[in-house]
Design a protein around this ligand. Structure first.
Ligand SMILES: Cc1ncc(COP(=O)(O)O)c(C=O)c1O
Length: 363
């Protein structure tokens, strides 16, 4: 089977062994005569798949019993609304740290459901660094503090936890499972699956029991059942038909991660991959990354060519070598290499080698 080194930001590359498992099991899951995606979601077989996936995820992230794990739909975008709906009334204030494209989307959506206070917006510096907390305008009694720990488009990450009294709500769509975290630091963690978890269609929400019964907009009957954390938790995420294929495939990724030695091992590998790519960029006058070193993402690495007229040729020649989906987001331009857990070391090596050759031929 020919597999590209796919640098897509999401939906993104899955681990090769997971693709193999999917191929093996697609017609007949464990002798059941059915594919996982053909099973009723309340069947004994699918229940075992669903429960194992949750148990493995809990294990990987050491999720305490005092947190619920929800398998939801609607992507991270639905959570931009679900978070304020569940956690505050329209009259409550919530703090938002805005460090790039996705946190900007989150605060815009949040403002439809609560008083959304932007504590800082890094647009002033082109989203290339995150000024310290002494510059943040925190509100007095925020219902929660929302941020995106890794901005997928700008390739910017917040290296430390925000300091605030309010419960932390974090969009970890492009960083979850890439490094160990302490779940108890957070009130809510959410992530769309399609980057570091599995296929699109599934959204993981990890929510502290303490926040489950915040009434939020439900007081006005305004919260849809499928976005209601308490209702979803009570129904084991099966208030309605869940995204069964994505749930099953995510479970295979969790098994693969455990076989790799868990998130600590992945973190070391991810750091090494990112260092190699940043070194290649920084050692050259031909490539550049605009983000201040301290805030550089380990998962998504944008880089510009000295002459943007060469962008198309770069992408064409990279694709010929099986290095795909390197085009940067339209708001940033240039290139972007997304190197989640599933990107093997060899993929980054191949990219770095190609970048060197391309520079020699065109620099
Ligand atoms: C950090 C982050 N948040 C939110 C989103 C939006 O996610 P979704 O398409 O799952 O709604 C993305 C998508 O790329 C993202 O990277």
């Amino acid at each position: 089977m020919k597999r590209a080194y796919n640098f897509s930001p999401g939906p993104a590359m899955l681990p090769g062994p997971v693709i193999e498992r999917l191929r093996e099991e697609v017609g007949d899951w464990h002798g059941s005569g059915m594919a996982a995606m053909e099973m009723g979601h309340r069947s004994e077989e699918f229940t075992s798949i669903a429960e194992k996936a949750e148990a493995d995820l809990r294990d990987l992230l050491s999720i305490p019993d005092s947190y619920k794990v929800l398998f939801m739909q609607g992507g991270a975008t639905a959570q931009f609304a679900a978070v304020p709906m569940n956690l505050c009334t329209p009259d409550d204030t919530a703090d938002y740290l805005v460090t790039g494209y996705w946190s900007r989307m989150a605060v815009k959506e949040g403002a439809r459901f609560c008083r959304a206070n932007t504590v800082l917006d890094t647009a002033d510096n082109g989203d290339t660094s995150i000024p310290g907390a002494d510059r943040w305008r925190l509100s007095e009694q925020a219902a929660f503090f929302h941020y995106v720990d890794n901005e997928t488009i700008g390739g910017v990450r917040l290296p430390t936890l925000p300091v605030t009294e309010a419960p932390l709500v974090v969009d970890m769509s492009s960083s979850i499972l890439s490094e160990p975290i302490d779940v108890e630091d957070y009130g809510v963690i959410y992530a769309g699956a399609q980057k570091n978890i599995g296929p699109a269609g599934l959204t993981i929400v990890i929510v502290s029991d303490e926040l489950l019964d915040r009434k939020g907009n439900d007081k006005k009957g305004a919260i849809p059942s499928v976005l209601d954390y308490r209702r979803m938790a009570d129904a084991g995420s099966m208030l309605n038909t869940p995204p069964t294929f994505s749930w099953y495939a995510a479970g295979l990724v969790f098994e693969w991660l455990k076989a790799q030695g868990g998130v600590e091992k992945m973190a070391a590998r991810n750091r090494a991959k990112a260092d190699r790519l940043y070194r290649a960029i920084d050692d050259s006058d031909f490539y550049a990354n605009p983000v201040a070193t301290k805030y550089r993402s380990v998962m998504n690495i944008p880089f510009m060519l000295a002459d943007e007229n060469l962008d198309a040729l770069f992408l064409e020649q990279a694709a010929e070598r099986g290095l795909t989906s390197l085009k940067g987001h339209r708001t940033v331009g240039g290139m972007r290499a997304s190197i989640y857990n599933a990107m093997p070391d060899e993929g980054v090596d191949a990219l770095v080698e190609f970048m060197g050759e391309f520079e020699r031929a065109n620099g």
